[in-house]
Design a protein around this ligand. Structure first.
Ligand code: ADP
Length: 738
C-alpha cells in the first residue's frame, strides 16, 4: 500500500500506539452471532498496535475467578473463529459481579495482569455492569490497597480503567444503536392493541379468502399485552384453532437463533466494531467517558456508555409503567420507523376504507436480478395503495414497458414476495432511450403519474436517459425515483444496494465451505473469483467477512511485485499453525493477471509449502433467497421512496395535472453514511465513472486496510473518519432515518 501522502489533513493510525498497554476482552450475557468476529478483531487490532490482549473467558465470571480464565491471546489463537456462531471464549451469567466483593476480586485480577483497558461485548445487562465497574474503579483500588492486596505503586499504575462496550445482544435492546451484533442473524416490540385477538383472526380469515394457505405468526420471547400479561405462542395457537379451526403448529426457534454461522453483515459489523473499539481505547484519556461503539446507518459512532445505560433504563421504566408509545419513542427513530413500516405493510384495509389520491404509479425492475427486489416491490405496492394510489406493475423492465406489459397490481398480488429471490416482475437490462416513444405512449395510455424503478446500474442510466428526454416527451415530466438493487453494489449515491448482502452471504458461506472441505488435508490456498464487474465491493467485503489473506480488485491496482509479496506473506503464515489461505479476486480486477494466472503463480511459488485450488463463484451470487438484511432493507427503502413519490406528486400537481421537469424530480434514494438521502440523478453524473460503471469514490475502500490488518499485513490506516463521541439524543432525530 502506498505511503500516506496527506499526513497534514489525515490522522493515521501509526501514530496511535498500544505499546505497554494491556487490553482484556470478554463476551458476556446471552451469546450472539458475530461475537467471535468482534473478539478476533479486538485481538488482532490490539496486537497490531503493539498492545497485549487477554481473553477473559466466561464473561464476568472469569474476571472474578481469575486464574486460567485470563489468558494472553495470540494472533493465531483467533484463527478460523470468524465463521463460528456464539462465542468461543465463553459467556456466563455471573451473580458475584453484581456484588461489591465480586467486583473487588475482579479488579484485583485485572491489576495483577496490568489490564487497564477493557472491551466488553454483551447486552444491556453486561454494559450496565461495566458502567458500574468503571465508576467504582478508584474505590475498588482503594479497597485493595487498604486490605494490603496491592501497593501504592499498583494503584498509581492502574489508576484509570478505560472501558469500551460493544453491543452483542441479539435482542437489539440496547438503546442508541441501530444494529447490534447478532441482530441480523436472528430477527425480531410494543404490545398490540387490546382487540388484537379479533384483529389477528380477521386478518387470517381474510388471507384464507384470498386462497393464501400458509400464514406465519412470529411471537417474540417476552411479548406482552397492554396489561403486561405474557402472550405465548401456545395461547395464539389455541386462539387460532378455537376461533378459526385452522391447522396450527408451534415452532420455538430458541437456540437456532443464537447458533449457526454468523451472516456476512454480522461479521463485517463485528470486525469494524472490534477495530473501532481498540481505536477508542487507544484514544481514551483519563477524562474521556467510557463509551459504546456502534453503527448508525453505515457509520461508526461512539456513545457515552452511561447515557446508553440510562436510556435503556428509561425504556424499561416506561414499559413497566405501560407507557408503550413512550418506550418505542425512546428506543429510537430507527426502531420506530421499522415498527411503523411493518404495521403499514401488514394491516390490510378493505378496499372501501382506502383513500384515493387519483394518481397512478408504475413500478418496475431494471438490470440483473438481485435478491430483495421482490421485497422492495411488495413494500412499494402496499405503501402506494395505502397512500391511495393505483399501482401498476411493469414486466421486464423498460423493454416490457415499451411493449405495453403493464397492468394494475393489488395488495394481495404481492403476498409472500418478501422471501423470494430473483425478480418476480421480470427484469431486463434494456435502456429506455431508444424506446422512448413507445414508453411515452404507454405512460399516456395508462395515465402514469409517477415511476419507481428498482434496479442496478441500468436503472440509473435509464433514469438519466428519461430525465434527459423530458424536453422531447412531456410524458416523462413525472416524479421518478430509483432505489438501488444490484449484487455488485456499484451505484453512485448509495453506500449499499439491495441484494449485495445476500451475495456477500453466498460468498462467505461458500468460502467457509471451501475452507472446511480441506480440513485435515495438507496446507492449502484457495483462489476464488467473485462477480461485481469492475466494482470490487463483493470481493473486498466478502474477503473481510470470510477472513481472506489477499483480495485483488480493480480499484486498487496491483503488480507482479505485490503478487509476489502476497505469496511470500502466505508462505510465512503457513509456517505457523495456520493451515488455510484464502485469496479473492474480482472478475475484472486486471485484464492480464487472470484468476488462472494467479492460481498458477501461487501454485508454483507455494510448491512444497501449500497447494492451491481455484473456484469461480458465478451466478450463484445473484440467486437464492434474500438475506434478512436485504428483505428489511428492500422493504424500508421502497417504502421511503413511495412516500417521496406521494409528496412529490402533491407538489407537482397543478391545474389538473402532474408536471415535474426539474432535476430534483428524478432522484435516487440511497444510504449515505448514516442517512437515507434523495439525490437528483443528474447531480450524481459527475460522481460516476461511466466507463467502469462504478462510483468515483467508494466508502468501502476504507475497509481495505482493515482487512489487511486482520490478515497480518502492516499497512497504513486512515482513522480520521473514525467515530467521535456523540450523545445518545443526537443520534436519534432525523439522521438515523431508516
Ligand atoms: P445481557 O448482557 O445479555 O443483557 P445479563 O443481563 O444477564 O445479559 O447480564 C450479564 C451479566 O452482566 C450478569 O450476569 C452480571 O454479571 C452482569 N450485570 C448485569 N447487570 C448488572 C448490574 N446492574 N451490576 C453489575 N453487574 C451486572
Amino acid at each position: 500500500m502506498a505511503a500516506p501522502n496527506r499526513q497534514d489533513t489525515k490522522k493515521f493510525f501509526e501514530n496511535l500506539s498500544g505499546a505497554g498497554k494491556s487490553i482484556g476482552v470478554l463476551t458476556s450475557g446471552g451469546d450472539a452471532q458475530g461475537m467471535n468476529g468482534a473478539v478476533r478483531a479486538v485481538v488482532r487490532m490490539g496486537i497490531y498496535v503493539g498492545a497485549k490482549v487477554y481473553f477473559i473467558h466466561e464473561g464476568y465470571q472469569g474476571m472474578v475467578d481469575g486464574g486460567q480464565n485470563i489468558e494472553e491471546a495470540t494472533w493465531e489463537s483467533v484463527s478460523s473463529m470468524l465463521q463460528v456462531g456464539g462465542t468461543v471464549i465463553g459467556s456466563a451469567r455471573c451473580k458475584e459481579f453484581r456484588t461489591l466483593e465480586g467486583r473487588v476480586r475482579a479488579a484485583l485480577n485485572l491489576v495483577q495482569h496490568g489490564i487497564t483497558n477493557l472491551c466488553v461485548i454483551g447486552g444491556d445487562g453486561s454494559l450496565t455492569g461495566a458502567n458500574l465497574f468503571r465508576e467504582e474503579w478508584s474505590s475498588l483500588l482503594e479497597t485493595l490497597r487498604t486490605t494490603g492486596q496491592i501497593d501504592d505503586e499498583a494503584v498509581q499504575r492502574n489508576s484509570v480503567l478505560h472501558i469500551v462496550g460493544m453491543v452483542g445482544s441479539i435482542d437489539n435492546d440496547f438503546c442508541g444503536t441501530d444494529m447490534t451484533i447478532g441482530t441480523d442473524s436472528a430477527l425480531h416490540q410494543m404490545p398490540p392493541e387490546d382487540d388484537w385477538e379479533e384483529e389477528l383472526c380477521y386478518k387470517l380469515s381474510g388471507n384464507r379468502a384470498d386462497k393464501k394457505r400458509l400464514n406465519i405468526i412470529i411471537v417474540a420471547e417476552g411479548a406482552i399485552d397492554r396489561s403486561n400479561k405474557p402472550i405465548s405462542a401456545d395461547y395464539i395457537k389455541d386462539l387460532v384453532v378455537r376461533r378459526l379451526g385452522f391447522d396450527t403448529r408451534v415452532t420455538i426457534l430458541g437456540h437456532v437463533q443464537r447458533g449457526g454461522t454468523p451472516s456476512a453483515f454480522d461479521r463485517i459489523l463485528a470486525s469494524r466494531m472490534g477495530v473501532e473499539a481498540v481505536l477508542a481505547l487507544l484514544e481514551a484519556s483519563a477524562t474521556t467517558p467510557a463509551c459504546v461503539v456502534s453503527l448508525v446507518g453505515n457509520q461508526s459512532v461512539r456513545l457515552p456508555l452511561m447515557e446508553c445505560v440510562q436510556m435503556t433504563q428509561e425504556v424499561q421504566k416506561a414499559m413497566d409503567e405501560k407507557k408503550f408509545d413512550e418506550a418505542v419513542r425512546l428506543r429510537g427513530r430507527s426502531f420506530e420507523n421499522n415498527l411503523h413500516t411493518y404495521r403499514l405493510l401488514c394491516s390490510r384495509k378493505s378496499d372501501k376504507d382506502l383513500p384515493s389520491s387519483g394518481f397512478n404509479v408504475a413500478v418496475l425492475n431494471v438490470g440483473a436480478p438481485a435478491a430483495g427486489m421482490n421485497a422492495a416491490v411488495r413494500s412499494a405496492v402496499r405503501v402506494g395503495i395505502a397512500e391511495g394510489h393505483k399501482m401498476f406493475a411493469v414486466n421486464d423492465g423498460f423493454e416490457g414497458f415499451a411493449k405495453g406489459q403493464i397492468k394494475e397490481i393489488k395488495w394481495g398480488d404481492v403476498g409472500g414476495w418478501t422471501g423470494q429471490g430473483g425478480s418476480l416482475l421480470g427484469t431486463k437490462r434494456t435502456l429506455p432511450a431508444k424506446h422512448a416513444e413507445k414508453i411515452a405512449e404507454q405512460i399516456r395510455i395508462h395515465n402514469i403519474n409517477a415511476m419507481l424503478v428498482i434496479g442496478g446500474f441500468e436503472a440509473y442510466l435509464g433514469l438519466l436517459e428519461l430525465s434527459r428526454a423530458r424536453e422531447q416527451f412531456s410524458e416523462f415530466c413525472v416524479p421518478m425515483v430509483m432505489v438501488p438493487a444490484t449484487v455488485s453494489n456499484n451505484i453512485p449515491g448509495s453506500d449499499l444496494s439491495i441484494g449485495a448482502d445476500t451475495a456477500l452471504n453466498a460468498i462467505t458461506e461458500t468460502c467457509d465451505r471451501i475452507k472446511q472441505s480441506a480440513s485435515g488435508t495438507k496446507r492449502r490456498v484457495f483462489i476464488i473469483e467473485t462477480m461485481g464487474g469492475y466494482c470490487g465491493y463483493l470481493a473486498n467485503v466478502g474477503g473481510l467477512a470470510a477472513g481472506a489473506d489477499a483480495v485483488y480488485i480493480y480499484e486498487e491496482p496491483f503488480d507482479i511485485r505485490e503478487l509476489q509479496a502476497n505469496v511470500e506473506h502466505l508462505t510465512e503464515k503457513m509456517k505457523t499453525s495456520i493451515q488455510r489461505g484464502l485469496v479473492l479476486r474480482n472478475e475484472n480486477s486486471n485484464e492480464n493477471f487472470t484468476t488462472d494466472f494467479i492460481y498458477q503463480l501461487y501454485s508454483e511459488e507455494g510448491k512444497g509449502v501449500f497447494d492451491c485450488r481455484k473456484n469461480v463463484l458465478g451466478h450463484m451470487q445473484q440467486g437464492g433467497a434474500p438475506s434478512p438484511f436485504d428483505r428489511n432493507f428492500g422493504t424500508k427503502v421502497a417504502a421511503k421512496a413511495m412516500q417521496w413519490i406521494t409528496t412529490t406528486l402533491k407538489e407537482t400537481y397543478k391545474e389538473g395535472r402532474v408536471f415535474a421537469n426539474t432535476d430534483d424530480s428524478a432522484c435516487l434514494l440511497g444510504m449515505r453514511r448514516r442517512a437515507m438521502v434523495f439525490r437528483p440523478v443528474a447531480e450524481l453524473r459527475e460522481e460516476t465513472d461511466f466507463v467502469h460503471r462504478i462510483p468515483k469514490e467508494q466508502w468501502w475502500l476504507k475497509l481495505r486496510p482493515l482487512m489487511k490488518i486482520l490478515a497480518k499485513y502492516r499497512t497504513s490506516f486512515d482513522v480520521s473518519d473514525s467515530a467521535q463521541l456523540e450523545h445518545v439524543t443526537h443520534v436519534r432525530p432525523k439522521e438515523a432515518a431508516i
